[in-house]
Design a protein around this ligand. Structure first.
Ligand SMILES: *Cc1c(COP(=O)(O)O)cnc(C)c1O
Length: 483
């Protein structure tokens, strides 16, 4: 039975090798601020502490110990040197209140990053302030709302395809819009007729993910953008999937007016509980003075923060964004260069199609066409034996793979969304494919093993609802059901 650190405590064990300090603490801290009792930290020797946490860490799955095919999240391997550079004291120890003249190097990094994202997006101005994709969406929607308010127009509708990430309607709602769902057609593109039926002068814009969450590049993007523009609306492109088009397509050139990047998906920052993220937003020229403040500008070789944007939506974040993440992304972009980024995209797309083609006879594809960086299967070939997508995902854990994203996008019933990313080797992809085939065979021959999976992980299948509502935060002791 695994113990929590408090259960490892033995009275009197200490790790302090320093003599007691020879001062009266009450000379320095007001008596009423001092706690009366003991704070009750566990008393455990250093070696046991180290073993405790190392063993705990081995229970976890991470991209450092196996493939993580989580669609929509881009869980790729990120070069450790980028982390190391971002952690240099010269970057990490800078405080936002330092005089700007003393931190011109960091200012140059921010400026250069803005320029790179302008170039990649094909748009005119960039803010690095948002902390994540959803935060970027929110900033973008605030910009759209303010733009129409300043024009004296009361537009309330934000069009959002049914394949969208849940953050899209949420961001639109928070900026005061009503989200209108636009259906997809049988190819997974936006249904143009449905779009046209919803077009009028009340449309503030559209939020379109490109390529979308089916991994499909909507070939009508420009036509859709033109339709939105024809009623005076704004085209917001959700750029969470930019790893499928980097340096091949500039969104601004195909009709996007605003877009966000997810640096923690595309540009070398670990995603999901890996620390802070960053969601820079790029805008078209006529929206450039709506950006949140400040933006970094240059004058005679000197970098400074410009707080003086005429129509700015104001401040959206303390400091200047999550600059450590921005440093990593700039290192990544400079190391790869334009051709390297292009190649990363090529390989991401190749890998996804390799998996799709290798598994298409084993798992059903609702949208079988060429995909971009991810592909979406479902359980149609397995369901006759009562196998759900959840069972397949859980069985993958038994074979040492993380589960893919499941039950998203919502328009595919029992969806299983796989994104290999560009950083997995062919050997790993082949292993993954073999295991998926094996699971497809098991689904026919031995469905119970899937229904009970995972069978050999530290924690077996959780009751999701109970786990969310009544989390057990402590390992149960023998004969002790106290939680
Ligand atoms: C991840 C993602 C988002 C949200 O980004 P966060 O950084 O998680 O807030 C939005 N749209 C799509 C398509 C995504 O994949």
């Amino acid at each position: 039975m695994r113990k929590v650190i408090f259960e490892r405590s033995s009275k009197g064990i200490e790790n302090s090798f320093l003599p007691d300090i020879n001062v009266d603490i009450e000379d320095y801290i007001d008596k009423e601020l001092l706690s009366e009792g003991k704070i009750g930290l566990p008393e455990v020797g250093e070696q046991d502490i180290v073993r405790h946490y190392i063993n705990l860490s081995k229970l976890n799955f991470s991209v450092d110990n196996g493939m993580y095919p989580l669609g929509s999240c881009t869980m790729k391997y990120n070069p450790k040197i980028n982390e190391e550079i971002a952690a240099y004291r010269e970057f990490a120890d800078i405080h936002p209140y330092f005089p700007i003249d003393d931190v011109q190097g960091m200012m140059e990094i921010l400026y250069k990053s803005q320029e790179y994202f302008k170039d990649i997006s094909g748009l005119s101005a960039v803010t690095l302030l948002p902390s994540a994709g959803a935060h970027g969406e929110l900033a973008g929607n605030f910009i759209i709302a303010k733009y129409f308010k300043d024009k004296g127009e009361n537009r309330t509708k934000m069009l959002i395809p049914d394949s969208a990430h849940g953050t899209n309607p949420a961001s639109a709602f928070m900026a005061g819009f009503t989200s209108i769902t636009i259906h997809s057609d049988k190819n997974g593109d936006i249904d143009i007729d449905d779009l046209k039926a919803n077009l009028d002068n009340n449309v503030a814009g559209i939020m379109m993910t490109q390529p979308n969450t089916l991994g499909i590049f909507d070939s009508h993007f420009t036509e859709i953008a033109n339709l939105i523009h024809s009623v005076g609306g704004i085209v917001y492109m959700d750029g969470a999937n930019m790893n499928a088009m980097l340096c091949h397509v500039q969104p601004g050139k195909i009709g996007a007016d605003i877009m966000h990047f997810n640096l923690h998906k595309t540009f070398s920052t670990p995603h999901g509980m890996g620390g802070p993220g960053s969601g820079p937003v790029a805008v078209v020229d006529f929206l450039s003075d709506y950006l949140p403040i400040p933006v970094v500008e240059r004058n005679n070789g000197n970098y400074y923060f410009n707080y003086d944007l005429k129509n700015t939506i104001g401040s959206i974040k303390e400091g200047y964004g999550n600059v450590g993440v921005v440093v990593k992304s700039l290192v990544y972009m400079m190391a790869l260069g334009r051709e390297g980024l292009k190649e990363a995209t090529d390989i991401a797309v190749l890998n996804a199609n390799y998996i799709k083609e290798s598994l298409k006879d084993y798992y059903h594809l609702e949208y079988p066409g060429l995909c971009k960086h991810e592909c979406v299967f479902d359980n149609s070939y397995q369901k006759e034996n009562g196998i759900k997508t959840l069972d397949i995902a859980k069985r993958l854990l038994d074979y040492g793979f993380h589960a893919p994203t499941i039950y998203f996008p919502l328009i595919v019933h029992e969806a299983m969304m796989i994104e290999p990313t560009e950083t997995e080797s062919k050997e790993t992809l082949d292993n993954f494919i073999e295991v998926m085939k094996k699971i497809a065979r098991e689904a026919k021959e031995n469905p119970e093993i899937l229904k009970n999976a995972p069978n050999n992980t530290p924690v077996r299948r959780l009751d999701n609802v109970a786990a969310a509502r009544h989390p057990i935060l402590k390992w149960e002791k023998e004969g002790n059901t106290e939680v």
